[in-house]
Ligand binder design. Structure first.
Ligand SMILES: [Zn+2]
Length: 500
């Protein structure tokens, strides 16, 4: 699809992709693109996209650079993830992870360099022999010797990397840009001669000199590299910086663009998304984000972001119901718990607590959910064991317990639970006991206590709390209009609104 000519001005004040003159210097895309028909705009390699953007009022119109609806995932749990402090994957573990990622549907699986150790080389060969649908890559230094070892393992491609920032050039490998460029060209030509896919990436790209970066990317693009890579190795980049750099690079190269973001400052998912919006094609992830320091863009977090952007594309490509299994597998292997706040699979990801929220959620989940738990084989959970609970949540719990009551009885039962929650912290089990006892008392002569073990002091507090709730309830005369105030944060509201 050709981009419309008169749309978004690109980078810089003159409205052209980069450079001061915009369309004569050969780096702005008019001479190196694949369609080349729009002066001043970078041609991007056109890729078949069976799922165009969904109509959304928030979607930018005519954003021809964006690859949000056709991105690819390079899954690096078996490379970046191996650098996680707690990770040690033997071959058996690597095979389990690789198979799980393949079932999930990632496009590529990246492995530790076979030049790193003899065992790494053997593991690499074994995974290549599994016959997975995902392409297998290995991540190697930009050295001819490493590349020679890698191409013999049976991988589909090599991801080569070299540090280009002044920090790395001075304090790590000590090479200048001419040396880096010559080595890159030598390695790329060798890998291509072996019929393998090849990516060339700088390291610490956001602290590298922009002219150096663009010059080397342009050089490797000209000799036919499949992808160039940008790496925020130290996690310093902000989404806006990412957008600017990728967009500029999009104007310089016609090959694919891969991005790798560390999460030191919490921007890894946002940066990946911005990179795709700016024309990047591939994003590196790892399961739970494990990697060096606090890791990189997490697979689940990226999926959460992307399914909101293009649900059809994500559903058509990835087997989302496998996500939790993969995360459980990796969490188990590296001996960490999945954080309560984790995207999609975290303990609280689909938990609703406040009464107003619970009522709306039970009526229509979209009111307070942008992700549908069913897409991931997860369940929504309404937290009812709290003073913020509402009678709709209690009604839903009664349904789960198979206990039928009238609406008035659900409401009366809810008052009891809320009053008890004011007296002391009650657990889900306690709530169930209260509901069961309340239900029992409706139908039997002999009365059960709602919650055993209350002290005299607690019983007094309970009676006062109940009286207060009932008093308020009468005053409001079951004013359903309170529900209309659902946008007020529940914690700040008086509890009356949730009762009615
Ligand atoms: Zn990394």
């Amino acid at each position: 699809m050709c981009p419309p000519v008169d749309e978004t001005p690109v980078n810089g004040s003159n409205g052209h992709a980069n450079g001061s003159n915009g369309h004569t210097n050969g780096t702005n895309g008019t001479t190196n693109g694949t369609n080349g028909s729009h002066e001043g705009y970078s041609a991007i390699r056109s890729q078949h996209n069976p799922h165009p953007h969904n109509a959304s009022p928030y979607k930018p119109v005519g954003d021809f650079l964006s690859n949000v609806s056709r991105f690819k995932i390079i899954e690096s749990t078996l490379r970046e993830g191996e650098q996680f402090a707690n990770a040690y994957f033997d071959l058996e573990a690597k095979i389990k992870i690789a198979k799980a990622l393949d079932e999930f549907g990632v496009d590529y699986i990246e492995l530790t360099s076979p030049a790193a150790s003899e065992q790494s080389r053997l593991d690499c060969e074994a995974i290549c022999k599994l016959g997975l649908k995902a392409k297998i890559l290995t991540h190697v230094r930009c050295h001819l010797e490493d590349a020679k070892i890698a191409v013999e393992t049976g991988v589909d491609g090599l991801d080569v990397v070299i540090g280009t920032s002044s920090y790395l050039r001075e304090h790590s490998h000590g090479k200048d840009m001419t040396y880096i460029k010559n080595t890159a060209i030598e390695v790329i030509e060798f890998v291509k001669s072996k019929g393998k896919e090849i990516r060339f990436s700088s390291e610490d790209s956001f602290r590298s000199d922009l002219v150096d970066l663009l010059s080397i990317y342009s050089a490797v693009d000209k000799i036919g590299v499949n992808r160039v890579g940008i790496a925020d190795t130290v996690g310093c980049a902000s989404p806006r910086q990412v957008y600017d750099l990728v967009r500029t690079l999009r104007g310089v190269v016609s090959c694919d663009i891969e991005c790798h973001f560390h999460n030191d400052t919490g921007c890894a998912i946002a940066n990946a998304y911005c990179a795709l919006e700016a024309g990047a094609t591939h994003v590196d992830t790892s399961v739970l984000g494990i990697g060096e320091r606090n890791g990189i863009t997490p697979l689940g977090g990226l999926i959460a972001r992307m399914i909101v952007a293009d649900r059809d594309y994500v559903l058509s490509k990835y087997n989302l119901k496998k996500l939790k299994d993969i995360e459980d597998l990796v969490a188990d292997l590296v001996e960490v718990n999945i954080p309560f706040s984790n995207y999609i699979t975290g303990f609280c990801a689909f938990t609703h607590k406040a009464g107003i929220h619970a009522k709306a959620i039970l009526n229509n989940p979209s009111t307070y959910e942008i992700l549908n738990p069913a897409d991931f084989g997860m369940s929504r959970y309404v937290h009812f064991a709290s003073r913020l609970t509402g009678w709709n949540a209690i009604k839903s719990r009664c349904d789960q317990l198979g206990l039928k009551m009238t609406d008035a009885q659900y409401k009366a039962c809810t008052v009891k639970i809320k009053a008890l929650a004011d007296v002391r912290k009650i657990a889900i089990d306690d709530t169930d006991s209260i509901i069961r006892a309340f239900h029992h008392n409706l139908h039997n002569e002999e009365e059960r206590t709602l919650l055993d073990g209350l002290t005299a002091e607690e019983k007094k507090k309970f009676a006062a709390a109940e009286a207060e709730l009932l008093g308020v309830k009468e005053k409001r005369a079951l004013d359903e209009a309170a529900d209309a105030q659902a946008e007020v944060p529940a914690a700040k509201k008086t509890r009356t609104a949730e009762v009615s």
